[in-house]
Design a binder for this molecule. Structure first.
Ligand SMILES: NC(=O)c1ccc[n+]([C@@H]2O[C@H](COP(=O)([O-])OP(=O)(O)OC[C@H]3O[C@@H](n4cnc5c(N)ncnc54)[C@H](O)[C@@H]3O)[C@@H](O)[C@H]2O)c1
Length: 258
């Protein structure tokens, strides 16, 4: 593998699924990676997967400013420069305008959206000295959405606007900011969504296959496929890309489905 991140320091949120995949890809490319999550079981599995790689896993609640600041500031101070930030931590919840109460709304906004602001805000002083790249993980549901995902879809659409606003401001410091919008990708979050469809205790595989059939490519995506796109956007190979959203969706949004 290209050592395209040799000498780079990277922060990644979300210690399973797409976040873990991005952390492994960046570390295999030579980066020193700091990965965080608030689920101890995910963090332990991430530590096992990271064996032999330069990945340090920390327990952090990305919706809590003190927790985010106490994670990032010591890293910035000891490393001097933070080159890469990937925001993948999020939760998927369900509800429409009637069934989403304000506590649900606030929780999803805090974990999925405010987190991207908090990590960027606290990492930026350590990024702007020498430039860098930020990737926010959004979703196809920020472009169009299924039923009953009011709060989740709102956070994902807002990430697109936040990405543009940050990109415009941060270009002067040579910090590029992009987002990716995955379709269905096999992760614990997708398995949770499949379990919601089939009901507790039932086999999720038929639902995963059905999600796959909705994508013109005919299957759900893999974490390796999102990791490669994230790595490209974090690397100097994408030096002219900023303010964009990049689909990794098996053609889902290209298809009218009629
Ligand atoms: N898997 C998909 O099909 C899919 C599709 C589109 C977008 N996404 C997006 O990809 C990103 C990663 O999701 P994933 O599919 O890898 O799911 P995942 O559940 O495997 O990963 C999300 C991680 O975030 C962590 N997390 C949740 N709340 C947190 C908090 N308060 N503080 C710190 N960590 C927290 C979870 O513990 C988990 O490890 C999310 O932003 C999700 O919305 C996923």
């Amino acid at each position: 593998m290209d050592q395209d991140f040799l000498g780079k320091t990277a922060l990644v949120t979300g210690s399973s699924g797409i976040g873990l995949g991005a952390a492994l890809r960046l570390a295999r490319g030579g980066a020193k990676v700091f990965l965080c999550g608030n689920d101890d079981a995910h963090n332990q599995k991430a530590e096992a997967a990271a064996e032999g790689l330069d990945i340090t896993v920390a327990h952090v609640d990305v919706s809590n400013e003190a927790s985010v600041r106490d994670w990032i500031e010591p890293i910035g101070q000891s490393e001097g420069q933070i080159d890469v930030l990937v925001n993948a931590a999020a939760i998927q919840t369900y509800g429409d305008i009637s069934t989403t109460d304000s506590a649900h709304w606030d929780r999803v906004m805090a974990i999925n959206l405010r987190s991207c602001f908090l990590t960027s805000h606290h990492a930026y002083p350590f990024m702007k000295a020498d430039g860098g790249a930020i990737v926010h993980v959004s979703s196809v549901q920020g472009h169009g959405n299924q039923n009953n995902v009011l709060a989740y879809a709102t956070t994902k659409g807002a990430i697109h606007a936040m990405t543009r606003a940050m990109a415009v401001d941060c270009a002067k410091d040579k910090v590029r900011v992009n987002s990716i919008s995955p379709g269905s990708v096999r992760t614990p979050l997708l398995e949770f969504a499949a379990q919601e469809v089939v009901g507790a205790g039932n086999d999720i595989e038929p639902a995963i296959a059905q999600f796959g059939e909705a994508h013109p490519i005919g299957r759900v995506g893999t974490v390796d496929e999102t990791s490669e796109l994230i790595a490209f956007l974090c690397s100097e190979k994408s030096g002219f890309c900023t303010g964009g959203d990049y689909l990794v969706d098996g053609g889902l949004l290209a298809h009218l489905g009629v």
